[in-house]
Write a protein that binds this ligand. Structure first.
Ligand SMILES: *Cc1c(COP(=O)(O)O)cnc(C)c1O
Length: 426
């Protein structure tokens, strides 16, 4: 029998501890695992047997979280890592090589724009930024050296909802995987694999953990992509010298990407999630659907209130009837458009600064997806490394603030905004 989402968020990947019967997943606070004998050790190191060797690669607490995330996203397997940014590198690492490029949406989290436009160049990789709604531009940007297409399901901070099926079709026609950053939506609101995504990445730092305690990331693989259909993905289709010429795709089938991510990615890049962080994230995910329901309800009410307020020029919440993405919300995230959006203030840059300084319940922080309501002035913080054009494309112009609505009493959230807007506009 197939369990529902609310059951799976509590139980997937977890079973009573075989040694003690402990009901909650224990924090396996250990670096290494004793081998049964020399033969067992050799089999583990050859990937002939699956088991625990060293916690840079695998750890039982982290493995429970990997299984839970793969289940909730409807994927074949998952690799956890130390942050959302680590997950993006881990997603690209098996696909890319020097000279390769990735076609990415220009509406992304500011840190991702910096990572893709600057830092990945050090690996000899590059990114081509496109308007992800312009499918012809996406297709035209793809060349012989392209290895993936990347976008966010609901973009941070502007709330732009990507037409995942249409973008997946363009990637598919070019024989490429689509990677979707599903951080803002979470698998409760949107399941990108059902709409054609090959890989789903998350910053688990945000809604999945949900309480602002730890950083973490995950790459979930759908298991659907044929890595051997072309010669573009030799790390997965060709013999791996570090494992006696083993071919990951031929040997592990739909788990090829996951095994490669652990056996080569975590082994050699070392962006490992620690078991304490995995524990906090497992606890957070147990209540994901409940938090997201309240988050969506509150965000809808706050966005509607702000939209009517004459101190506000525009509100980007995709759940608003006035949003250009209203139809896409119905198709891709029918349970709601999450809790993240931007508001443009008539009082401009100075008004935004006064607003964040006048709020009492909201915290002015560089985070989102918390139980608490959060706000940030993106242009002076997360998006300040970007050019004015990049800021505008990312929905982070100087007169814009980003709000992440929490699960508090909605009247309190609105009252706080009301008093701070009064000061910001005076
Ligand atoms: C925060 C965030 C990231 C980066 O995640 P970290 O855990 O901070 O490394 C990536 N994508 C989106 C959409 C984010 O909001």
């Amino acid at each position: 029998m197939a369990y529902g989402f609310d059951t799976l968020q509590v139980h997937a990947g977890a079973r009573p501890d075989p040694a003690t019967g402990a009901r909650q997943v224990p924090i396996y606070q250990t670096t290494a695992y004793v081998f049964r004998d020399a033969e067992h050790a050799a089999a583990l190191f050859n990937l002939q047997e699956v088991g625990y060797i060293y916690s840079r690669l695998t750890n039982p607490t982290v493995a429970a979280l990997q299984e839970r995330m793969a289940t909730l996203e409807g994927g074949a397997g998952a690799v956890c890592c130390s942050s959302g940014h680590a997950a993006q590198i881990m997603a690209l690492f098996p696909l890319m090589g020097p000279g390769c490029n990735v076609v990415v949406s220009n509406r992304l989290y500011g840190g991702s724009i910096t990572q893709f436009s600057q830092t990945i160049k050090r690996f000899g990789w590059s990114a081509k930024f496109v308007d992800i709604d312009d499918l012809e531009a996406v297709a035209a940007a793809i060349d012989d050296d392209t290895r993936a297409v990347f976008c966010e399901s609901i973009a941070n901070p502007g709330g732009h909802v990507a037409d995942l099926r249409a973008v997946a079709d363009v990637a598919d026609a070019a024989g490429l995987p689509l990677i979707v950053d599903n951080t803002t939506a979470t698998p409760y609101l949107c399941r990108p694999i059902e709409h054609g995504a090959t890989l789903v990445v998350h910053s688990m730092t945000k809604y999945l953990t949900g309480n602002g305690t730890v950083t973490g990331g995950v790459v979930v693989d759908s298991g659907n992509f044929n890595w051997s259909a072309s010669d573009k993905f030799p790390s997965l289709s060709e013999p791996e010298p570090a494992y006696h010429g083993l071919k990951f795709h031929e040997t592990f089938g739909p788990l090829a990407f996951t095994f490669h991510g652990i056996a080569v990615g975590l082994r050699d890049l070392g962006m490992t999630l620690n078991p304490q962080a995995a524990h906090y994230t497992l606890l957070g995910i147990e209540t994901l659907s409940l938090r997201m329901q309240r988050t969506v309800e509150n965000a809808q009410a706050v966005a509607e209130w702000l939209e009517k307020d004459d101190r506000i020029e525009a509100v980007t919440y995709a759940g608003l009837a006035s949003s250009p993405y209203h139809d896409r919300v119905a198709k891709y995230c029918p349970k709601g458009a999450s809790g993240l959006f931007t508001a443009t203030l008539k009082s401009g840059y100075d008004g935004c600064v006064k607003l964040v300084d006048s709020l009492e319940l909201f915290s002015h922080v560089a985070n989102l997806g918390d139980t608490r309501s959060l706000i940030i002035h993106s242009a002076s913080t997360t998006h300040r490394q970007l050019t004015p054009e990049q800021q505008k494309a990312a929905g982070a112009s100087p007169n814009v603030v980003r709000l992440s609505i929490g699960i508090e009493t909605v009247d309190d959230i609105i009252a706080d905004l009301d008093q701070a807007l009064a000061r910001a506009s005076s």
